[in-house]
Every structure is written in structure tokens, then in C-alpha cells.
Design a protein around this ligand. Structure first.
Ligand code: ADP
Ligand code: MG
Length: 270
């Protein structure tokens, strides 16, 4: 198999549209998001931009039910995955987390575990049962889709922690894909990486976007312009909770922003 061939691991489930409806979030008494509504369409890349501290990471954690794991955290509003409320009573938190994967700024593979076993852990979490040969093929597919296969095919038994930072991040993407997510949330996935690794991950995002809905937080405006179809600008002004000031097609946001605060931000005047 070459790096361009595609096995069907992702298409079995299919990308879903994720919609946040009037999401507010608190840590204790501190309100950090105020009635944020945003549709993140299936098979598109949505970029979340905005200054530090405006609630972008919190918003991502609300989208896959990680927010509720933080002791002081509370929440209002709805998150709908293809129309179904992921917070519905009776819906299990693990189901949301399987369908909505997350990649973090700091690559976090299981460092002592082999590359193969890192991906296998994702396959197990996704409930994929397979023969040994089938597993090998799925591990290969996930690593291929993450753009890592060619580099690691001869060292699958090495520990995840032995890879470079950029490779570790792609391993994390492979592990997330192995769970067969319908949405992939990426919180500044390239912030800790060099330009070459960043380009590889951007290529991976472009390749995946036809099958997985992608939501990416980035502080890099060029990156937002390169990878995303639409863009949402978050802002928390003077101690007020984060809101979306403006959202829309990325081209329009960068070439013709409607709000003066967006103009300032996308032109680096913040
Ligand atoms: P961003 O990702 O846009 O930088 P965050 O979502 O990390 O913003 O943070 C939004 C606000 O929530 C900040 O004021 C931050 O201090 C606060 N915050 C984030 N995580 C926690 C936490 N675990 N406990 C308490 N406050 C938090
Ligand atoms: Mg953040």
C-alpha cells in the first residue's frame, strides 16, 4: 500500500455536523463562555481564532464532554451531533468521546508504549475487533492517514516517546483516527512544532477533511487561512466571558471582516 491509498476505516462511520447552541460555561463562579452558538458542518474544517484566555480550549472541551470532568466546571446550552444532543440523559460520556476525538497542543502519545500499541489502544477504544492481520492493516491505515507510515513502517515496535515532536503529534492523530471519530477537535496542534512538521499536519488535515469534521484552534492566521473553510473569532473583553464576535467563510473573514475587532485581530493588532 502506498501513502495515498485509502482503506475504509473512517468512512464506515462518516463525518457528522456538530452544532453548539447557546453554550455557556463556568469554572465555579467564573463565567468563561456566554451563549456561544456555532455550526461546524460535516466534511469541513472550522478554525477557531482569538486571543489567549477567550475560551477556545474550554469550548473544545465542551464539544466532547471533557469540560464536565473538571471539578469546578458547569455548563448550559446544547451540543448536537447530527442533531442528537450529546449531553442527553442516558447518553454515555464515552460515546461522545469516541465519536468526537481530540488532539492537544502538546503531543501526548503513551511514551513507553510502542507505536503499534499506541494505535492499537485507539482501535480498542473504538471497539474495533479484528484478526491479527486485520489489526496490522488498520494500524497501517491509521498511520498512513496521519502521514506517518512511510517514516515508521520499519520501527513500529519503538516506543512512542522516541519519535520527534512532529512525529509524536502525527502518532496522536493516528491514535485518534483509530477510534473512528466523526469529528476531530484539534487544540493548537502545531504550536509546539517546527515548520516542516506543521506543513505535514496541514496536509493531513486537508486529506482527512473529506471524511471527518475538523475543528482546529490556531493562533496562526496563515494557517487558519490555509486549512479552514470557515472561521469563528472568539473574544473575551475586559473580564467578560468569551463570545463569538464574528464567524463565516474564511476567505470573507480575512478579506472583508465585518467587525472592527476582527479586522484588528486578523491583522495582528491585538
Ligand atoms: P483559550 O484556550 O482561548 O486560551 P481557555 O479556554 O483556556 O482559553 O480559558 C478561558 C478562561 O477559563 C480563562 O480565564 C482561564 O483562566 C479559565 N480556565 C481555563 N481552564 C480552567 C480550569 N481548569 N479551571 C479554572 N479556570 C480555567
Ligand atoms: Mg487554549
Amino acid at each position: 500500500m502506498t501513502d495515498t491509498e485509502v482503506l475504509p476505516v473512517l468512512s464506515e462511520t462518516g463525518a457528522a455536523t456538530l452544532r453548539a447552541d447557546a453554550v455557556s460555561a463556568w469554572f465555579g463562579d467564573h463565567k468563561v463562555l456566554d451563549r456561544v452558538s456555532l455550526t461546524m458542518p460535516a466534511r469541513q474544517v472550522t478554525a477557531l481564532i482569538g486571543p489567549s484566555g477567550c475560551g477556545k480550549s474550554t469550548f473544545l472541551r465542551v464539544l466532547n464532554r471533557m469540560h464536565e470532568l473538571i471539578g469546578s466546571a458547569s455548563l448550559a446550552g446544547q451540543v448536537l451531533l447530527d442533531g442528537e444532543d450529546i449531553y442527553d440523559r442516558g447518553r454515555r460520556i464515552t460515546s461522545a468521546r469516541r465519536q468526537i476525538g481530540m488532539v492537544f497542543q502538546k503531543p501526548n502519545p503513551f511514551p513507553a508504549m510502542s507505536l503499534y500499541d499506541n494505535v492499537l489502544a485507539g482501535l480498542k477504544l473504538g471497539g474495533i475487533k479484528s484478526t491479527r492481520a486485520g489489526r496490522d492493516e488498520l494500524v497501517e491505515e491509521c498511520l498512513t492517514r496521519a502521514g506517518l507510515w512511510k517514516e515508521v513502517r520499519d520501527r513500529l515496535r519503538q516506543p512512542g516517546g522516541a519519535l520527534s515532536g512532529g512525529q509524536q503529534q502525527r502518532l496522536c492523530i493516528a491514535r485518534s483516527l483509530a477510534v473512528r471519530p466523526r469529528v476531530l477537535l484539534m487544540d493548537e496542534p502545531c504550536s509546539a512544532l517546527d515548520p516542516t512538521s506543521t506543513r505535514r499536519i496541514e496536509e493531513t488535515i486537508a486529506d482527512l477533511s473529506s471524511e471527518v469534521t475538523i475543528v482546529i484552534v490556531t493562533h496562526n492566521m496563515q494557517q487558519a487561512a490555509r486549512v479552514s473553510d470557515s472561521c469563528a473569532f472568539f473574544l473575551a473583553e475586559q473580564g467578560t466571558p468569551g463570545v463569538i464576535v464574528e464567524h463565516g467563510p474564511t476567505d470573507a473573514m480575512f478579506s472583508d471582516p465585518q467587525d472592527p475587532r476582527t479586522t484588528d485581530y486578523v491583522n495582528g493588532r491585538f
